[in-house]
Design a protein around this ligand. Structure first.
Ligand SMILES: Nc1ncnc2c1ncn2[C@@H]1O[C@H](COP(=O)(O)OP(=O)(O)OP(=O)(O)O)[C@@H](O)[C@H]1O
Ligand SMILES: [Mg+2]
Length: 243
């Protein structure tokens, strides 16, 4: 049984059919990278999975938990399925440690000392323990994004969704963030990743999903996808990535 399963997902915005009918599953420890042209529905898919967008139909389940938004509330579901965004979404008025501990203490009702210990271990891992009491405005984009990853990890999620988390970063900060994600992948974290970094996608992915107009039109191993894509649309997409 897959860890995460999405069955017959349909999402519309008024007249716009963003996702007509999508099926996808993710196994424990698997890293799936979702690629596709702008507007093809990648963000919509991730946002539906953790209930930030209301879907028209479909069933999203997590192993040993059940149907998200039904067997458990979306608020609880977001603790199991964490998400990291392009725009960090850190609270400007809270320092690093308070940003990280908000979820564990408020939503998970954990003991501050216990959660703080985990947060410190995670901060050390991403090389930012010395910025524990800094405020977001005092951090670089790459540092803010590593903090956002720590905040998600500190909830001990089963799955993490990453939506173009390096898209807003200066080129020299992209690598420090992608290295953290690659390390998580090597440790067996289950992840669904949307990225425009093709070299990274090829390296980190166990499987590539290629979407066009809300549907999955190609699904293959990274080596196959990047060097021998099957559909004309994927070939065209990859050509567009070469400068
Ligand atoms: N809040 C919204 N209201 C109306 N339409 C929306 C909304 N969000 C997305 N859409 C539409 O849904 C479709 C999918 O958008 P989505 O943002 O998921 O694409 P994407 O693949 O993430 O694109 P990008 O690579 O540019 O981030 C697009 O046609 C988009 O215009
Ligand atoms: Mg998007």
């Amino acid at each position: 049984m897959p860890l995460l399963s999405i069955q017959n997902l349909r999402k519309t915005y008024g007249e716009t059919v963003a996702i007509p009918d999508l099926n996808l599953s993710l196994h424990k420890g698997e890293v799936v990278v979702i690629l596709g042209p702008s507007g093809c529905g990648k963000s919509t898919l991730l946002r539906c999975i953790n209930g930030l967008e209301e879907k028209q139909s479909g069933v999203i389940t997590v192993k040993n938990i059940g149907e998200l938004g039904k067997d458990i509330s979306w608020e609880q579901a977001r603790q199991k399925v964490g998400m990291v965004f392009q725009s960090y979404e850190l609270f400007a008025h809270l320092n690093v440690i308070d940003n990280i501990l908000l979820g564990p203490i408020k939503a998970q009702k954990r003991d501050r000392a216990e959660a703080e210990k985990q947060a410190e271990t995670l901060l050390a891992r991403v090389g930012l323990l010395d910025r524990k009491t800094a405020f977001p405005r005092e951090l670089s984009g790459g540092q803010k994004q590593r903090i956002a990853i720590v905040r998600t990890l500190c909830m001990n999620p089963d799955v993490i969704l990453l939506d173009e988390i390096t898209a807003a970063l200066d080129p020299e900060m992209v690598r420090e963030v992608l290295d953290v994600v690659l390390e998580l992948a090597n440790e067996g974290m289950s992840m669904l990743i949307v990225t425009h970094e093709m070299g990274f996608a090829e390296k980190v992915a166990d499987r590539i999903i290629f979407m066009d107009r809300g549907s999955i039109i190609e699904e293959s191993e990274p080596n196959q996808f990047f060097h021998n894509p099957q559909t004309e649309r994927a070939k065209q997409f990859l050509r567009g990535m070469d400068y």
